[in-house]
Ligand binder design. Structure first.
Ligand SMILES: C[S@@+](CC[C@H](N)C(=O)[O-])C[C@H]1O[C@@H](n2cnc3c(N)ncnc32)[C@H](O)[C@@H]1O
Length: 380
């Protein structure tokens, strides 16, 4: 068995679990890192890699880029970070053809145990490099490899944590397998930017409560939020701007939230009479909540100019409780270059801060297209 990346002493985690502000000189030896960039932003891949000060080693699957990186902290702390769905610093890579190999699962599981046994991990999670294809034979391979690896780690892991039970700041072993081989690293979910290997949580978009594609966006956004803070409690009251046809509204109602939804277009008929829903057919700019109404959270998925939408969000955040959560879809239409997209974001943050809103996170989710999901909170 030949390993191309095995550059670390056993259990050493690359980068602190908290961010380091220490400048790293270009003479620092390069670290192998795997980043995932969605097809939506693939045309910015060269800019993203340059922004990280990294060089491309090779592409893996449809969306993964194996890099040589001098400062892995830039992956979570740079303009490029918003475009990187998920990342892993490579502690162990085995380029091979798993499907052609006799006893791949046993050999790979033994190698993982030998390398990572005794590393005080909270869990082992194995996904696939080619996440988007539906009939992917590597899905069962990943699941069988995880099963065998967990058997070997039985005495190591205090309890078998399922993926959503992970502590966000504790180290997990994440692995990705595909026709190009096996790629693994120790990362906390917060560092990797997601609980799942590869960062994608599959969200079923089947009826009855799925009304539009946007429903998956809010479902994934609420899941992602758990990396940063607890979800709003059941019964919380959301103000939703630009709600039509109502995919997001439906998801919020499904979770036991109350929703006041505003749109100049009508909501889907299927939402009629849904418990907890109040709908106002109006232009958001003309909408004024009943005096003293206090919302817990605000959601804005309005199309149109970002600054125009943000202006309404800031105005209506007057009716948000202190510390209230704001989810804002930052649409990048009209910004064609990496630089323009970044300016759009920085201008948005400037306006939000001036309006008393502070960023919690900003990322590109699986169900986002040419847009980011921006998580803000009201500072007072
Ligand atoms: C992308 S769609 C929203 C999809 C929705 N989140 C869902 O889950 O189905 C954008 C919506 O914003 C609404 N919109 C844009 N500007 C608006 C404004 N000034 N006032 C009211 N609605 C607006 C549009 O009518 C449109 O329905």
């Amino acid at each position: 068995m030949r390993l191309i990346v095995d550059q670390l002493s056993k259990c050493k985690i690359v980068g602190n679990l908290t961010e380091s502000s220490t400048p790293i000189s270009t003479s620092t030896p390069a670290t192998a890192c795997l980043i995932r960039i969605s097809k939506n932003f693939e045309h910015f891949a060269d800019d993203i890699i340059a922004d990280l000060g990294a060089t491309l080693t090779k592409r893996l699957g449809q969306e993964y880029f194996l890099l040589k990186c001098h400062n892995p902290n830039t992956i979570t702390n740079s303009d490029a970070a918003r475009y990187i769905r998920w990342n892993l610093v490579m502690d162990h890579a085995w380029p091979c053809r798993p499907e052609k190999m006799k006893d791949f699962i046993e050999k790979a599981a033994q190698a993982l145990f030998q390398k990572f046994g005794g590393c005080n991990l909270q869990g082992v999670f194995i996904g696939v490099l080619e996440a988007s294809s539906t009939h992917n034979p590597y899905k069962s391979l990943a699941s069988n490899l995880r099963g065998r690896t967990l058997q070997l780690f039985t005495d190591e892991l205090a309890a078998f944590k399922e993926v959503e039970e992970q502590e966000v700041r504790s180290p997990s072993l994440f692995c990705l397998v595909g026709k190009e081989g096996l790629y693994c690293g120790i990362r906390s979910p917060l560092q990797a930017n997601g609980f799942y290997p590869g960062g994608t949580k599959f969200i079923s978009q089947k009826a009855p409560h799925t009304i539009s594609r946007a429903g998956a966006k809010i479902a994934e956004a609420l899941h992602y939020l758990k990396l940063h803070q607890p979800l709003p409690v059941e019964g919380s009251h959301w103000l939703e701007l630009g709600a039509c046809p109502g995919g997001m509204t439906s998801e919020l109602l499904e979770r036991g939230y109350r929703v006041t939804a505003i749109d100049r277009a009508p909501l889907d008929e299927r939402l009629k009479g849904r418990k907890g829903l109040s709908f106002k057919k109006a232009d958001v700019a003309r909408y004024n909540p009943v005096l003293q109404t206090q919302f817990d959270s605000l959601l804005c998925d309005m199309n149109g100019d970002v600054q125009v939408s943000l202006k309404q969000v800031i105005r209506l955040s007057e009716n948000l409780l202190p510390g209230g959560l704001i989810l804002f879809t930052l649409k990048t239409h009209g910004a064609t270059t990496f630089k323009e997209c970044n300016s759009l974001y920085h201008e948005a943050i400037k306006s939000a801060n001036a309006g008393g809103l502070e960023q919690i996170a900003c990322t590109h989710l699986t169900y986002n297209r040419h847009e980011f999901t921006l998580f803000l909170k009201k500072t007072k």
